[in-house]
Design a protein around this ligand. Structure first.
Ligand SMILES: C[S@@+](CC[C@H](N)C(=O)[O-])C[C@H]1O[C@@H](n2cnc3c(N)ncnc32)[C@H](O)[C@@H]1O
Length: 279
């Protein structure tokens, strides 16, 4: 028993509707992956019959999607800043909002200057690798508390032929005292521990430590903002992603740590997402 491409998509779209906001897109991405073809192939050949093994593979992937397993984990990759990066359940799946952090850092760093940059909480390396690809002269140190994240980040750096200094560290703990950077960037965990969104959609499948730092959601931002001045050169920048409702709290913390020119950028949904300031 097999199916045509269009009816297989229709079946999977119905199945995924309960776990995804984009059920048809998920169905198409998974089927294209099973066939080893681009999504456009599905539109060109809707009447094509799937081979029995393709249909079985597709059904098995859809079953996993319903657990729910995020599409990025099923495929083992996700696109970020036009780069294809490996993902795994050890790391957060890079989000489109985070491209704003990369864009802001790139705008502040001239391409002909060897900016010394520190990224805290690198996950699969998305931010550090995108920066290094677009600003090859940067010297980048990227940290994470998780060794599994750093293993994946190293593989992604090899795939994109960039060199980054990866350090396993609890925020600044393993960064040499007295070492100074031109810029520190981070997308730390910032969701309050009991926030209902942690139970919704694909979030339960992602590592909790990557999503939530504790009860208030501000714990990691607080630590980073308090310690960053000691690791910045005079005039050095701190760029932080945060929740859309954390802009004022982040600005107060930055002010208390003597940062100036505090600014916040809006994401694609016009929500406050990236705060920046310099010392
Ligand atoms: C929101 S994720 C961001 C991952 C990646 N930078 C991105 O934007 O897709 C936060 C990352 O911080 C790391 N992390 C959590 N607590 C940490 C800590 N105490 N010290 C360093 N990294 C930490 C997590 O392992 C996770 O990779």
């Amino acid at each position: 028993m097999s199916e045509k491409i269009d009816s297989a998509i229709e079946w999977a779209t119905g199945c995924c509707a309960g776990v995804s906001d984009t059920p048809k897109l998920d169905a198409e991405i998974l089927l294209a992956y099973c066939l080893g073809k681009p999504r456009s192939y599905l539109y060109s050949w809707p009447e094509q019959l799937l081979a029995p093994e393709e249909w079985h593979h597709f059904q098995a992937l859809v079953d996993k999607r319903l657990l729910p397993t995020p599409v990025a984990y099923l495929l083992g990759e996700r696109e970020f800043y036009s780069l294809t990066l490996k993902t795994s359940p050890a790391t957060l799946i890079p989000r489109p909002e985070t491209e704003l952090l990369v864009e802001t850092a790139i705008d502040l760093c001239p391409g002909d200057f060897a900016t010394n940059l520190l990224e805290l909480g690198t996950g699969n390396g998305a931010i550090a690798i995108a920066l290094k690809v677009h600003r090859p002269k940067m010297n980048i140190v990227a940290t994470d508390i998780s060794a599994d994240c750093l293993d994946l980040a190293r593989q992604n750096a090899i795939d994109h032929s960039v060199t980054i200094d990866w350090i396993q560290s609890d925020w600044f703990a393993q960064i040499e005292t007295g070492r100074k950077f031109d810029m520190i960037v981070s997308n730390p965990p910032y969701i309050p521990a009991l926030h209902p969104c942690l139970e919704k959609g694909d979030l339960p499948a992602e590592p909790l430590d990557a999503l939530s730092p504790g009860e208030t959601g501000l714990e990691a931002l607080q630590r980073i903002i308090a310690d960053a001045p000691a690791y910045l050169k005079p005039g050095g920048y701190l760029l932080l992603e945060h929740g859309f409702d954390q802009q004022d709290a982040v600005a107060s913390l930055m002010k208390a740590s003597h940062f100036t020119d505090i600014n916040c950028k809006l994401d694609l949904n016009r929500l406050p997402r990236v705060s920046l300031a310099h010392i």
